[in-house]
Each structure stands twice: as C-alpha cells, then as structure tokens.
Design a protein around this ligand. Structure first.
Ligand code: SAM
Length: 297
C-alpha cells in the first residue's frame, strides 16, 4: 500500500451545487455517491489524466467525478445504467462538450465495438483509462470483463472498491485473501492499493471501508503459460474448493479433467508438497502445473 491518507469528517462536496442535482440513491444499483471533493481529486490524480487520454467512467451517478475528469481528459465516456440520472448527466455533458454519455449496462457493452471504435479511435486519442467509483454489487464481473475481454485496449484502471476486495486483488500467496482473483489481476496488471476511503465520504454511507486501487496493465504477462485458457481453468478449479488439497480440488473439477495421481505426480516433479492447497502456489507455479497437467490429460 503506497499511502494511507486520512479523510476528515467535514463534507467538502455538496450535491445540491452539482449540476446533476439530487436523485434519490438506489441501493439495488450500488449507489453510494461520493460527497468528498478531496477524495474525487485524489482519484483523478491517481489516474494521471491528460488531454490525450480517453477515460471510461463506469457509473457517473450524480457526476461527482465526471466534471473533474472532463476538465483534464480529451474525452470522458460515461456509462450509466440508471435512467433517472441521465437528464442531469446530459446537462453536464452539454456544459463540458467532451463527455459522451451511454445509457446502458457496462456488463452488456462490447468495450471495443461500442466504446473504443465508436468514440476513441475516431478522435485519435492515445490511451484509454478506466476511472470509476464502482457499484459494489458487480465489482468482480466488471474487473474481470476488462481484464479478460480487452486488456490490450486499456492503459490502466483506477477504481474504488470495497477494502476487502482491494486486499484480495493485491494479496500474496499463503493467506486467506489470496485467490483466483489475485492470480488473474497479477497476470494482467501491476496492482497497488493507493488509499483507503472511510464510509463518511459517501452518501448514503456503505457499511464498510473502501479503497482506491490502481491496476496498471502489463505490456507482457509476467510469466509464460503453455495454454492460457487451461491455466485460468486450473486456477479457478483450485480456488472453487479452496479448503481441499490441490490434488482433490483439481481432480474433482470438470474444468481440468485430470486424476488425483496426475496432479500429485505433477506437484512432485515441481518439488511441491502433494498435500498443498491452491493458496500456497504463485501464479508462475500455477502456469507450470497447468502445463504439466495438460500433457497428462
Ligand atoms: N461515480 C458516482 C460517484 O462517485 O458519486 C457514482 C458511483 S456509485 C458507487 C455507482 C454508480 O454505478 C451508480 O451511479 C449506479 O447507478 C451505476 N451502475 C450500477 N450498475 C451499473 C451497470 N451495470 N452499468 C453502468 N452503471 C451502473
């Protein structure tokens, strides 16, 4: 964790001043709106946003970050699912002139076709950054979508998530936080927790602390995978039954199609205890194991 800032309780952001105005928050859409201007500025600074950047903001909400992003970026593509927030955001877009508003579900969009081809490439912008205070009910699917579908299109992601999700993304092997998400995030990105944000910086307040995480996309994976698809299947199968030994977890999974003896032989070849659990293996060890299993399948 690079910094641990303290955000004081004095609210420095008032939504009645905001052009999007007051729309009642919907819990079902993960609406915890930022009410602290310092936090907003710190998130935008983390993204090192420049005029040559296109920023995808997932869930602009009442626009707490959108104007700040638009004043620095070449273009902001703001994707909001809630129709009640659209009129206010349209007004904000008219005011800035470099905000493209998409009324839709980020999980249903094709990032390349619906966003990059349509808005970014025609303007010749060089980098695409994802900067967002994410809706917590779909944090993992959103992160996985960007990492698995289009890592080559994105420069970095600066995202507010629940603190425990941030800890899972940046965990080291051996602990309870380490899992499939950690291995996947580390394969595609260099990750860091930038700062912790307490509940009073939002309205309504979430029940937990939040954290801003920066995921800088790697230009090359950190290690080779004999078959990327099978590597990710091995990782997912290992953590679906994380209390089991690796041999039992992988042998019981239709994703890997191997026997207990295939796994124990492969682990023995690698000098790893045959009773090991998935949480003790690094990403690189999973890659080696998946290669050995693939040859035995
Ligand atoms: N960016 C605003 C802020 O910081 O105050 C709002 C953040 S709020 C945590 C999450 C936002 O994501 C809400 O505006 C919500 O309506 C929107 N949202 C929820 N699900 C979404 C989805 N599937 N696609 C796009 N936006 C979504």
């Amino acid at each position: 964790m690079s910094t641990r800032k303290q955000y004081n309780r004095k609210k420095s952001y008032n939504h009645s001043e905001n052009r999007v105005g007051f729309v009642k928050a919907k819990k079902s859409l993960g609406q915890n709106f930022l009410n602290d201007r310092v936090v907003v500025q710190d998130i935008v600074l983390c993204g090192e946003v420049e005029a040559c950047d296109a920023v995808i903001e997932i869930g602009p909400g009442r626009g707490a970050m959108t104007g700040e992003l638009a004043s620095r970026a070449g273009l902001v593509i703001a994707v909001e699912i809630d129709k009640d927030l659209i009129p206010g955001l349209e007004e904000l877009a008219r005011l800035y002139g470099n905000i493209e508003l998409i009324h839709g579900d980020i999980l249903k969009l094709d990032v390349e076709k619906d966003i990059v081809d349509k808005y970014v490439r025609p303007r010749g912008l060089s980098k695409v950054k994802v900067i967002a205070n994410l809706p917590y009910y779909i944090t993992t699917p959103i992160i996985m979508k960007f990492l698995e579908d289009c890592p080559q299109l994105i420069d970095c992601m600066v995202i507010m998530v629940q603190k425990e999700v941030a800890q899972r993304m940046t965990a080291k092997p051996g602990g309870k936080d380490y899992g499939a998400m950690t291995v996947t995030v580390n394969y595609f990105t260099e990750s860091s927790i930038e700062f912790i944000v307490p509940p009073h910086c939002f309205s309504p307040q979430p029940g937990v602390d939040s954290a801003v995480v920066k995921l800088k996309m790697r230009s090359e994976p950190p290690f080779e995978t004999p078959d990327r698809d099978y590597f990710f299947k091995t990782v997912k199968a290992a953590f679906l039954q994380r209390r089991k030994t690796l041999a039992n977890a992988l042998a019981n999974s239709p994703m890997t199609s191997v026997s207990v003896s295939d796994v124990t032989e492969a682990l023995a070849e690698m000098g790893i205890n045959v009773m090991a659990r998935g949480e003790t293996l690094s990403g690189e060890q999973f890659a080696e194991l998946s290669g050995k299993l693939l040859r035995r399948k």
